[in-house]
Design a protein. Structure first.
Lengths: 308, 419
């Protein structure tokens, strides 16, 4: 298929394809981080993850409308405030959900699947009632649109670069919170042994609530960022949920590093295959590969070593 | 109540009063029946449909919940508007239309079940409904088994015809061929890149488009790509488009994927004012989500745009906005859904009956001069003769009409040489 093209053309396409893979990688990591915390650390199968993301997207949409009506001069910078608000909104809803629903189900992890599935349907219908069934268009400031011209034929999408930077920042933030802060140590203690953690004086209920809130908040930020590349509608969250679980499960549920490694391998496989064959076939082959590897390594790529 | 009446009730006058009261319901009915001079129910309804002397029941069956609610909401709104307007004009054969609305919930078995409920329990005279081909295929056997009448609004892939369905949207050849001819002539286009969502409608449409490009236009298809419904990542295919540099990108991507596709196309630096893009899946409804700034400059090929400049449309658009809000937009399918109740009313009046068999037989040749898209007529194959138009997307989310066929295009659901 490359016979007809010049070396220069091919070179720049491979560079751009490399970027496409990296962008897909950052999107996957951003999607999966929140779930990696909730599913990986707490063992809660949160089927409503996509809806927490879309809450972030709707918050972004509302913020952009507010800025357009009242602060048009500051419109160029609204996105940063929108992301913070998205984090707060999704995080707060997450903590509420944890208090009302999830905390009663820690001993029955499979039931969380049903409960959060129901929650996701309720949230979808709530969005539909409040914001309407149609998709909304989130208007972005001018500087976030278009692409950077690196050379004559190499163009890098600005929104892709933005998502990459955001992903790096949030990943570093999460890694710091989980592995270096005092609170992260408490979270890991609760994950390993809830009863003992309680016995040494950790307020496990509080830790659970904040952990769940943090995961949902990160989902909100992801949703906010994805208004740049995807749609915002009541059911848009469903577009992400399968890929998100795929990344987290493939990576090994309890490992942050595993999530990143899995996002990297899935995204690179997919974007390379997509270039050489059609999109649907690429997806099929990627899924086949994932299924094959999970059959050989059911615990995922990286698993915590535990004594059996 | 006065003393006099109280006495009256106790007196022989009471009997007379009660007789008078018994006659009251009949009196209230008199003005309506005498005004419209409606024919007797027994004459216009021989098959036990839900038709009374004053009312006829019609079903609306769309997804008000679930993933398809995004698209189907507009159709529900248009059908309710048409029915309200028909009722304001005195109804059908002197009978007001009563609506029973059911929710298909974006789930195809639910559509079939609700269609059966509407036909068997509610005995509706007609159903306005369905949107996706999958929902129509699920409902079709029910319509045929219980002999119902379905008015289906969406542009679709063709390869279907039923006594029990009137297709008010365009079938694939009607929609696609004129647009391809236009862009080949206008832009001198020779190479085409197809990209679609992976299900029956884009695949069939692209098959027809490919045959037309290769056999009639003598051009070349340099790429044909499908992405699973709901895909949100198009960077790889956009790179392929950049590599193959087609004269025209021809797209039938649907749903949430649409938004992702156009946002990423713009982000990748493909300028739609220079790169020709022809879509058959983006209406004003979709642009709401995509954002005008992401799709401005693209061409869309269908039969109706909200911006059409004709007297019918100039009364239709304000009426729609008055009923459903200033901000609502009207896309191709919404307009086609609006035609359903009107075509049914005209057919019932021509047949002089609500019976489904008589309506099916009377449908061919029915003309509707008040259609917002302009004049339409029902073909023997139960599809509509209609014009095909090409519009160019503007920043404000509206289309500017660029081209329309001189005559009505004949519907051809089983095109020879395209299968």
């Amino acid at each position: 298929m490359f016979g007809d093209y010049s070396i220069g053309d091919l070179g720049s396409i491979f560079v751009m394809q490399g970027f496409a893979g990296l962008i897909l990688f950052s999107v996957y990591v951003l999607m999966a981080l929140g779930l990696a915390i909730i599913f990986g650390q707490m063992g809660v199968i949160n089927m409503a993850h996509g809806e927490f993301m879309i809450l972030g997207a709707y918050v972004t949409w509302m913020t952009s409308n507010l800025f357009q009506s009242y602060l048009p001069g500051l419109f160029a910078g609204y996105f940063f405030l929108a992301m913070i608000l998205a984090f707060v909104a999704s995080g707060a809803l997450g903590m509420l959900v944890e208090w009302v629903l999830i905390r009663h189900l820690y001993k029955r992890p499979l039931d969380t699947l049903l409960a959060t599935w129901g929650l996701s349907l309720m949230l979808q219908q709530a969005y539909r009632s409040v914001f309407g069934a149609r998709e909304v268009g989130v208007e972005l400031p001018q500087w976030m649109l278009g692409s950077l011209h690196v050379t004559e034929s190499i163009e890098v999408p600005i929104n892709g670069v933005f998502v990459m930077c955001l992903t790096v920042l949030i990943t570093i933030g999460v890694a710091y919170v989980m592995y270096l802060s005092r609170w992260g140590r408490q979270v890991r203690a609760v994950v390993q042994n809830r009863i003992m953690a309680g016995a040494v004086g950790i307020n496990t209920e509080k830790v659970d609530r904040y952990t769940f809130g943090l995961g949902c908040g990160i989902a909100g930020v992801a949703g906010s960022a994805f208004t740049m590349i995807g749609s915002t509608g009541p059911t848009s969250g469903q577009l992400y949920i399968v890929d998100t679980f795929l990344v987290v499960v493939f990576g090994g549920a309890a490992s942050l590093l595993g999530t990143i490694a899995s996002a990297f391998s899935i995204s690179q496989t997919q974007s390379t295959l997509e270039f050489f064959m059609s999109g649907s076939m690429a997806k099929v082959l990627t899924l086949l590969a994932v299924v094959g590897i999970l059959m050989l390594r059911p615990q995922g790529l990286f698993a915590l070593k535990v004594r059996k | 109540m006065s003393d006099e009446t109280n006495k009256g009730l106790l007196s022989p006058f009471r009997r007379k009063l009660l007789m008078g009261m018994a006659a009251l319901p009949a009196i209230t009915m008199l003005p309506k029946t005498s005004f419209a001079q409606a024919p007797a129910t027994s004459a216009v309804n021989t098959t036990g449909l839900a038709v009374t002397d004053t009312e006829v029941t019609v079903g609306i069956l769309h997804s008000a919940t679930g993933t398809m609610a995004i698209s189907e909401t507009g159709s529900i709104e248009a059908e309710k508007l048409a029915i309200e307007q028909i009722n304001a004009m005195g109804g059908v054969l002197g009978r007001k239309i009563k609506i029973i609305q059911e929710d298909g919930a974006s789930d195809w078995p639910t559509f079939a079940e609700k269609a059966k409920k509407l036909l068997v329990n509610d005995k509706v005279a007609a159903i306005m409904g369905c949107w996706t081909s999958a929902s129509r295929k699920a409902v079709l056997p029910v319509m045929e088994q219980y002999n119902g009448m379905l008015y289906y609004p969406t542009f679709y892939e063709g390869l279907e015809q039923s006594k029990n369905v009137i297709y008010t949207g365009q079938e694939a050849t009607q929609q696609i061929l004129a647009g391809l001819n236009w862009i080949a002539k206008e832009k001198g286009a020779k190479t085409f890149f197809f990209i679609g969502s992976d299900y029956i409608w884009p695949r069939t449409s692209n098959k027809i488009a490919r045959k037309h490009v290769e056999n009639v236009l003598k051009g070349k298809v340099v790429g044909e790509e499908y992405y699973a419904l709901g895909s949100t990542q198009f960077n790889s295919v956009i790179n392929k488009i950049k590599l193959t540099k087609p004269d025209v990108i021809f797209t039938d991507v649907v749903g949430g994927s649409n938004v992702a596709f156009y946002k990423q196309l713009k982000a990748a630096g493909i300028d739609l004012s220079k790169q020709a893009l022809l879509t058959i899946s983006v209406t004003e409804d979709e642009i709401d989500g995509i954002g005008g700034e992401n799709i401005a400059g693209a061409y869309a090929c269908m039969k109706y745009f909200q911006s059409l400049d004709n007297p019918n449309n100039k009364t239709f658009v304000p009426a729609f906005k008055k009923m459903w809000g200033e901000k609502t937009v009207i896309g191709d399918v919404t307009q086609a859904a609006y035609l359903g109740p009107w075509l049914w009313k005209l057919t019932v009046e021509k047949a002089g009956s609500f019976d489904v068999d008589k309506i099916a037989a009377a449908s061919p040749g029915i003309e509707f001069k008040g259609a917002p898209e302009g004049y339409v007529r029902i073909h023997e194959n139960h599809h509509l003769w209609s014009k095909t138009r090409v519009g160019r997307a503007k920043l404000d989310g509206q289309f500017e009409l660029i081209y329309e066929t001189a005559d009505l295009v004949e519907p051809d659901p089983f095109p020879k040489g395209y299968q």
